[in-house]
Design a protein around this ligand. Structure first.
Ligand code: ZN
Length: 201
């Protein structure tokens, strides 16, 4: 008889942990053991914080970056940023990498992913309509999508939707970003150069 089958509650926990993306399956038992060994008070605080973060950290209704509920978005609500330039990113993690590079002082638009029909991600799953509505009020749209087929397809789709707005300058990251790479994992200098030397689409 399987050891885990004799521990149905633990088995249930492991099944839930299996659903957590990015958690390598080889680490499941270690993570489960970590929770089992936590003292009850610590564990209660941890669970309460998870619930609180889920409720209190929400998406900005304009740029879709995370913000604290009830507080102004640190980007859209800032007078120090150039509201005429919007940088389109796939994820909030990409936004973090760009902020770290210090190369960009405009606003953002977080798409929430890239078009991937195979995974069931179409335009409705991303904040594309909301972006199209925003571009009427800006002068430059900077595409900082990942250098993947999905990123390219997403950019082409959006450009097609907004190209009637001829006054808008559309730029994308300079060459030099490794193909297949994700902005999130790129070093600060590469991100800085790619943005600083951005070229017109
Ligand atoms: Zn915002």
């Amino acid at each position: 008889m399987n050891v885990i089958e004799k521990l149905p509650t633990l088995q249930h926990l492991l099944r839930q942990l299996q659903k957590v993306p990015y958690l390598a399956s080889k680490n499941l038992y270690r993570v489960a053991t970590h929770f089992l060994k936590m003292d009850e008070k610590q564990l209660q605080q941890f669970c309460a914080l998870l619930l609180k973060a889920h409720e209190q950290v929400v998406r900005c209704p304009i740029c879709y970056a995370w913000q604290e509920k009830g507080a102004a978005c640190q980007f859209c609500g800032s007078s120090r940023r150039d509201a005429g330039v919007v940088c389109v990113v796939e994820s909030w993690q990409d936004l973090l990498a760009i902020e770290k590079s210090g190369a960009f002082k405009g606003l953002y638009h977080v798409l929430g992913g890239s078009l991937s029909p195979i995974d069931g991600i179409g335009p409705e799953q991303l904040s594309i309509e909301q972006l199209v509505a925003r571009v009427e009020h800006i002068s430059e749209l900077v595409f900082a999508l990942n250098q993947t087929p999905e990123g390219e397809a997403t950019m082409a789709y959006i450009v097609e939707k907004i190209k009637k707005n001829t006054a808008l300058k559309i730029t994308c990251l300079a060459q030099g970003m490794p193909v297949g790479s994700s902005i999130e994992f790129m070093d600060r200098l590469t991100v800085y150069k790619a943005l600083d030397q951005r070229k017109e689409f």
